[in-house]
Design a protein around this ligand. Sequence first.
Ligand SMILES: [Zn+2]
Length: 464
Amino acid sequence: MRPLLLPALFATLTALAQPPDWSKINPETLRHFQALVQIDSTDPPGNETHVADYVKRVLDAEGIPAVIAAQDPARANVIAHLKGNGARRPLLIMGHSDTVRVDAAKWTTFGPFSAARSGGFIYGRGTLDDKSDLVAALMTMLILKRSGVPLDRDVIFVSEVGEEASTGPGIEYLVNQRWGDIDAEFCLAESGGVRRRAGQPFYATVETTEKQPKAARLIARGPAGHGSRPLRSNAVVHLAKAVATIAAWEPPMRLNDTTRTYFEKLAAVSSPEDAQRYRDLLNPQKTAAAREYFASNDPNAFSMLHTSISPNIFQAGYQVNVIPSEAEATLDIRALPDENIAAFYDQMRKVINDPSVELVPDNRNQRPGAPPSRLDSEAYRAVELAFRKVYGISTIPVMSTGATDMAFLRAKGMNCYGIGAMVDQEDAAKGYGAHSDQERILEEAVYKHVELFWEAVTSIAGRH
Ligand SMILES: [Zn+2]
């Protein structure tokens, strides 16, 4: 048997040793990327089936088995499989096909679905979020198929609908109805990225956990009355006091593996003053002062320290001379991944300490909680190596204060890593970021992202 193995081994080594010819692949990447951005899949309503049809045509043409998976015919997901030898469990690579909506009047220079190329950038809704991940995952499937790289794991590709507005026909349908088709040990999806500063890649972030979006309403009640005779029991006054009290309260700080590593690693690449503040967070004697600094200067870092509460809607009264009997505020609560939310609500009730104010949990639009994905896994190390190889930079794990569909997969036990394309750090403040009125991506970043995906996927799923 031995001589027979040698040619196979030789073929394996050559396949792995031959890097793809990116100069040939980039024009193809550009063509698919522009086509995807030119499809209007703003959500609501989504209509992602137009994206699904395009993606499936591309996969079909390559001979990659792909199926449409749709709960709603207008909102089709696509699932495609490349078979491995089954030695290890599958790898899932996923991009979402919907985008947030556009205020078309604000897209004055380039249209939102133009995919216009200008000055080294490509403009359009979804260029950053998330059609760059979608095209990188798609291109990785095509290159894997053509190169015939032997795989230990199945590689599963998913073009997923409804991430931005309604998870029902997307991730919830996939997890609840198509789990057998997407179940994997690891997943790569959106949310991290490469920061470029002054034209140089600086560091990469990988999202390994995220906060859980929770919400609650505060409802104050009191007797209605004539506005000419003020009442101590006025519901508006009680609600205002409760909102001010809860906003001033600092919930207990708690770090997890990801956030502790985040601050440590961020310190290593920051200016001396910033680095000191990140280190102070980890020093019990200095935590309070550092925290206070972040509260005023870095809302993202501050939010990562604890379950946060932001009062965002206030409703009360209907006529100037009427004391209303009810007033209501809605709080956006972002819980740490391990928060016991029922106990947290009870703590809030104690802090508010007012029997005329009721706290009512709001269970709409929830994503499940889950432990952070591991930082010592084979997949995390492979992603770290891929960033090092493609960009020459180090990787910092992050906890997103926002939410992604990876929450549903992590809740099923899958280790998920959010990666993303390279972005100029200065761009968001200039109004070019994700969800902005002139969303754009560096053209070079699209190509680099395909390389990054390719490196990570072949090292996680390739034959060992
Ligand atoms: Zn997104």
